[in-house]
Each structure stands twice: as C-alpha cells, then as structure tokens.
Design a protein around this ligand. Structure first.
Ligand SMILES: [Zn+2]
Length: 210
C-alpha cells in the first residue's frame, strides 16, 4: 500500500523546525510505525534516505538554503553556535569526509571559503571557524559529513578549544615519521588528482543570500 500525499505531508510537518539530530530520531520513530512497503517507499529502499541531510537534498525536509550546486548544499543550522552558523554538505550521502572524493572535497572547501567570506561582509563577522567533526568520538552527531561554518565575533559564547599536551621531542619525531610514512602511501594510491567532475568553473556570483 502506497503512502498518500497527506501522510507524506504529515510526516514532513513532524520534522519541521527540529534539529538534524531531532529530525533523525523523529524520522526513525515515524518509520517504526509504517509497514515495510511504506518504509521502503519513504526511504527509497537504500536506507540512506533516512539520513536527514539526504532528505534535505531531496527537498523532503524544509531548510533555509544558502547555497547549492551539483556537488553540495549549504543551509543555516537551526541549532546554531552563533548567528549565521551554516552546514555545508555533499549532496551524495557520505558518512565521513574520507568517503568523499578528492575533487568534491576540494570543491566543498572552496565553497566553505566563499561562505566564510560572505559572512564577514553580510553579518559583520570578525572571524570564522570552519570545522569538520569526523566520527562520533570527534563530536559528529549527524550520519552525514558536515562542514560547519561558524561566524565569530568578539565576546561571543562559542567555545572551541583544548588544553595543549606536553609531548617529548623523541615522541614528536616518532609521531611525525608515522604520519609522513602513511601520508606517502595514501598519496601513492591517489596519484591522479582529478579535476572536479561536475563543476567546470567556480563563480562567486553563484552565491545566493536570501
Ligand atoms: Zn545522507
């Protein structure tokens, strides 16, 4: 039995105004009440469509969209650290940044930089943090990789920091060597730095602030 338009609209209503985390929880709750066929229809059968960010890409969850192109989309975070806090993410589902192709990672950081420039002028930001939490241990709560762009101002309440650790010189050397060796082997695996496949050129005029 197919889902009616009304039922889909009702589901969307339930998700409106919730944070990505809340949307995910609510969506799981809604899924549990559906028949397997209805669930299949709603999730497209892949399971990834349960990801709130994939649903946003499909236009199934309302968002305050700031920017979109073939590769990525940026929205206002509805639980912002500061006014103008944006979430930029690939339109293809990827749980971690390492699952995103090099060309798209490069493209997304260009877009992140553009959005960071925009908030300096549009919102009078005095600085920005461009942050990616890779993995739950690093504070990632969404199932989809997100680049956070957080406008900063003198005296704001945003806290991003750590206590520096003291590490002996010999251990520093050992750590550096381990990372260098691994970096070189990863680099060998990806000798060809591909050009962005979908974006021919990048134009700042593409930026749209509603
Ligand atoms: Zn996703």
């Amino acid at each position: 039995m197919a889902l009616s338009e009304d039922k889909i609209n009702e589901i969307k209503k339930h998700l409106e105004g919730l944070s990505p985390e809340e949307q995910k929880a609510k969506f799981q709750e809604i899924l549990a009440t559906l028949s397997p066929e209805e669930r299949e229809e709603l999730t497209g059968g892949t399971g990834q469509q349960q990801c709130p960010f994939c649903l946003m890409v499909q236009g199934q969850i309302p968002v305050k969209k700031i920017y979109e192109d073939d590769v990525c989309m940026a929205i206002l975070d509805i639980n912002p650290a500061n006014k103008g806090h944006m979430l930029l993410f690939p339109k293809t589902h990827a749980p971690l940044l390492s699952a995103v192709g090099d060309a798209d990672v490069g493209h997304m950081f260009k877009v992140a930089n553009m959005l960071a420039k925009a908030v300096f002028e549009a919102l009078g930001a005095e600085g920005t943090n461009i942050l990616v939490a890779n993995g739950a241990i690093a504070g990632q709560t969404a199932p989809h990789v997100l680049i956070n762009i957080i406008p900063r101002k003198q005296g704001d309440k945003v806290s991003i920091g750590w206590q520096p650790e003291k590490i002996e010189e010999a251990e520093m050397e050992e750590i550096a060597n381990k990372i260098i060796a691994k970096t070189q082997s990863i680099k060998k695996e990806t000798v060809v730095i591909e050009q962005p496949k979908k974006i021919e050129r990048f134009d700042e005029e593409d930026l749209r602030i509603p």
